[in-house]
Design a protein around this ligand. Structure first.
Ligand code: IMP
Length: 196
C-alpha cells in the first residue's frame, strides 16, 4: 500500500481525503513525520499557499507530499473571504466567529452565490503538479447542521436543499471542492503508475 504525506492535521479533512483515496493509499500527517509546528501559509493566493505548504513539508521531511488550500469565494463580497477564509474574523481558526462575520457582511444581500475552491499542490520526484476542485452553491441565513467544519453549516451546494453540515462524509464527497481536486490527484497518480 502506498503512503502519501498530506499537509494537514485537521481530522475532518483527513477523513474526507482518505475516503476519496480509498484503500490503496495510507495518508500520513505532518505529525506522523515529526513536524509538530503549524505549517506557514503566508502567500496571497490559494495556489501560492498550497505550494508553500507542500515545499515546507518536503524540506522538513524529504518526502513526496501534497498540500491543499481552500477558500470560500462569495460573489457579493467580491470573492472574499477567499484566501483569508481561515482567518476571516480572528487570527485563529475560529469557525463560529467566521460564520458570524460572513452572515453580518451578507445582511440584506440578495445575491448569496458562493463557491468553494480547492487547490492541491503535489510534489513528486522533484516536480510540482497542481489540481483544482470547485463546487458552486449559496450561503443561507442561519447555521444549519452539525457535521463537517468551517463554513459547512452555511453552504448549500447547487442541486441540494441541505447544507454540507447536514451531509455524511460520503454525501459531501460526492460534490465537494476538495473531493473533486483529490479525484484529479488520484487519476494522475494512477496514470503515472500505469506508465512505470
Ligand atoms: P484551508 O486553508 O484549506 O484549511 O481552508 C481555509 C478555511 O476554509 C478553513 O479554515 C475553513 O474555514 C474553510 N474551509 C476549507 N475547507 C472547507 C470545507 O470543506 N467546508 C467548510 N469550510 C472549509
Amino acid at each position: 500500500m502506498a503512503e502519501l504525506l498530506f499537509a494537514t492535521n485537521n481530522a475532518h479533512k483527513l477523513a474526507e481525503v482518505q475516503a476519496v483515496l480509498g484503500d490503496g493509499y495510507t495518508l500520513l500527517t505532518p505529525r506522523d513525520c515529526g513536524v509538530e509546528e503549524e505549517i506557514p501559509e503566508t502567500q496571497p493566493t490559494l495556489e501560492g499557499n498550497a505550494s508553500q505548504k507542500a515545499h515546507y513539508l518536503r524540506e522538513r521531511t524529504g518526502r513526496d507530499c501534497f498540500a491543499d488550500d481552500t477558500g470560500l469565494e462569495v460573489e457579493a463580497l467580491n470573492g472574499a473571504p477567499g484566501v483569508h477564509s481561515a482567518r476571516y474574523a480572528t487570527d485563529g481558526h475560529d469557525f463560529a466567529a467566521n460564520n458570524r462575520l460572513l452572515l453580518k457582511n451578507l445582511e440584506g444581500a440578495e445575491n448569496r452565490r458562493a463557491r468553494f475552491r480547492t487547490v492541491i499542490a503535489l510534489l513528486l520526484d522533484g516536480e510540482e503538479y497542481r489540481f483544482e476542485g470547485i463546487v458552486e452553491g449559496r450561503i443561507i441565513e442561519h447555521e444549519t447542521g452539525h457535521e463537517g467544519f468551517g463554513y459547512d453549516p452555511l453552504f448549500i451546494p447547487d442541486g441540494y436543499d441541505r447544507t454540507f453540515a447536514q451531509m455524511t462524509t460520503e454525501e459531501k464527497n460526492a460534490v465537494s471542492h476538495r473531493a473533486r481536486a483529490v479525484r484529479k490527484l488520484v487519476e494522475f497518480l494512477h496514470g503515472r503508475k500505469g506508465l512505470k
